[in-house]
Design a protein around this ligand. Structure first.
Ligand SMILES: [Zn+2]
Length: 192
């Protein structure tokens, strides 16, 4: 479900855990790698990553990068996101890639000041990547990772925290309704 932020199309924030939101920057995970499903991707440029990181609450302000560096960071964010998504959904992630990212981008990060809610992610172009990897590593290392569920909506796959095992949809009004409409259509199809 898109919302507009700073003139860019961004995913709604629905996961109930800031560490999971990066997984919801694309939809239709089952179609990953299939060409022609471009509209399911939200992160098209470094600017999208920077605006999204602030929108999701990972960074307090906009990260900036030169063109070449921005492109490199974007590619890394997408590479890490794919392995992280697989790790959370019982897939077959590249664990050595995940651990390489954790070592490189989230080694011994510290809170910046009085509160533990703010972390020192540096001030260069890699800030969003550090924030993403740090949050992800924290979730993967915690019992909370067993509370992660994927939306049951066709072509969705967004993730959210579901501690009580009752939630089925990322957004009831979107994926829940779509499923209801599809069921209704199937039940009222004229006999062949
Ligand atoms: Zn959904």
């Amino acid at each position: 479900m898109p919302v507009m932020v700073d003139g860019l199309r961004m995913p709604a924030i629905v996961a109930g855990d800031v560490a999971l939101e990066i997984c919801n920057t694309r939809a239709a995970w089952a179609d990953y790698g299939v060409t022609g499903v471009e509209s399911h991707e939200y992160l098209h440029s470094y600017e999208h990553v920077a605006v999204w990181a602030r929108h999701a609450g990972l960074l307090p302000d906009l990260a900036r990068a030169g063109a070449a560096e921005g492109e490199r960071v974007l590619r890394r964010v997408l590479e890490f996101r794919r392995a992280y998504y697989l790790a959370l959904t019982g897939g077959d992630p590249d664990w050595s890639l995940l651990s390489r990212y954790a070592r490189e981008y989230a080694p011994g990060l510290r809170p910046t000041g009085e509160t533990t809610a703010e972390w020192d992610y540096g001030d260069d172009a890699e800030r969003p990547l550090r924030a993403i990897v740090h949050q992800a590593a924290g979730l993967l290392a915690s019992p909370g990772s067993t509370e992660v569920r994927a939306c049951a909506g066709a072509g969705c796959g967004w993730l959210f925290r579901d501690p009580r095992g009752r939630r089925r949809w990322c957004v009831m009004a979107v994926c829940g309704n779509r499923a209801k409409v599809a069921r209704h259509a199937a039940n009222h199809r004229p006999p062949a």
